[in-house]
Design a protein. Structure first.
Length: 240
């Protein structure tokens, strides 16, 4: 099928999984893991090439967790637009949607619009740099969005932002007037939700990996949990 007034296409055979009704879409926002373009705050201690390898590990492990969620369709919101071939290899079977231009708020607003137009149910958007995020939280987010009493879900991160946001309908008003990349993002988003009468369910806090201190925390966390679904990230950490 083709999304109305949209710039991407999804084949009809991709819209169902094993004949089961879909519960929603889980979309991963990701940049192509290229040296000097990703995880730059981790250089040093990592080299640009190593930071790109780590970003790739994060992404592959995140995609694996999305696949664990039953009856939810996976998608990748990728950047830059020229990297589609990279993600087609890494995210086989996922819907691939190029990120639009503009600040993070505009990109998120348009991503929700594009994905909700597919008619696959509510949409959850996550980043690829939250290795501690379990599939069970993704499952809960999708399930919560089927409660007519809520308009969305949000997962606050320890740095004041959020690692997950999910919506039942496009709500561009949530993404305007936000001081992105600051500790005020979550608070400002909740304020805007209240101002516009949107009911957001809050999930548990989580942490992402942006700084050398975060990386060391991840090393201790991941190596102490050998059964956690972090196969590629754990191999990277053990090799260093």
């Amino acid at each position: 099928m083709t999304a109305r007034r949209s710039s991407f296409r999804v084949k009809s055979r991709d819209l169902a999984r094993r004949g089961q009704p879909l519960h929603g879409v889980i979309a991963v926002m990701a940049k192509a893991p290229r040296p000097g373009r990703v995880k730059t705050r981790l250089t040093p201690p990592l080299s640009p090439a190593a930071a790109a390898r780590l970003a790739r590990c994060f992404l592959i492990d995140t995609l694996a967790r999305v696949r664990q969620v039953q009856r939810a369709r996976g998608a990748v919101l990728y950047a830059p637009r020229t990297s589609r071939r990279v993600f087609r290899r890494m995210a086989a079977g996922f819907i691939l949607v190029p990120q639009r231009s503009g600040d993070l708020g505009r990109r998120l607003a348009l991503a929700f619009r594009d994905l909700l137009r597919l008619g696959l149910g509510p949409v959850v958007v996550i980043g690829s740099d939250v290795p501690s995020l379990p599939a069970s939280v993704l499952e809960r987010a999708v399930t919560t969005l089927h409660d007519a009493r809520v308009d969305g879900v949000i997962g606050p991160s320890e740095d004041g932002g959020y690692y997950l946001i999910g919506l039942r309908t496009p709500s561009p008003e949530l993404f305007g007037g936000i001081a992105w990349s600051t500790p005020k993002v979550f608070e400002q988003t909740m304020t805007r939700a209240r101002a516009h009468g949107l009911r957001l369910t809050t999930l548990g806090r989580c942490w992402d990996v942006d700084t050398p201190e975060d990386l060391e925390r991840l090393r201790r966390w991941a190596l102490a949990r050998p059964r956690t679904n972090l196969e590629h990230t754990r191999k990277f950490l053990r090799a260093r």
